[in-house]
Write a protein that binds this ligand. Structure first.
Ligand code: ZN
Ligand code: ZN
Length: 86
């Protein structure tokens, strides 16, 4: 039983009552490591899947390409890495 309102579960307005989670307040978890993405920390999102900055930084190119649904060649071209033809 709640010490403040003497009810279980708490009555509306009791400070002990668990506040209903507002939309947009739900905690995002990194899709890769499962870590909670804290407000203000580096984080990214792709197709609704959140990723923490650490994971993005540590991810190998193949994983990044899979997340971004990109072809390796087109990504490399976009960032200006051009194949050298010997
Ligand atoms: Zn209460
Ligand atoms: Zn992560």
């Amino acid at each position: 039983m709640c010490e403040m309102c003497q009810k279980s579960p708490c009555i509306p307005g009791c400070p002990n009552r668990e506040r209903p989670k507002r939309p947009g307040e739900r905690r995002l978890r990194c899709r890769r490591c499962g870590g909670v993405l804290r407000k203000g920390s580096e984080a990214y999102e792709k197709n609704g899947n959140p990723y923490c900055g650490d994971c993005i930084a540590q991810m190998d190119l193949e994983s990044l390409l899979r997340i971004c649904e990109m072809e390796k060649e087109s990504l490399l071209k976009q960032i200006g890495l051009l194949p050298i033809r010997g």
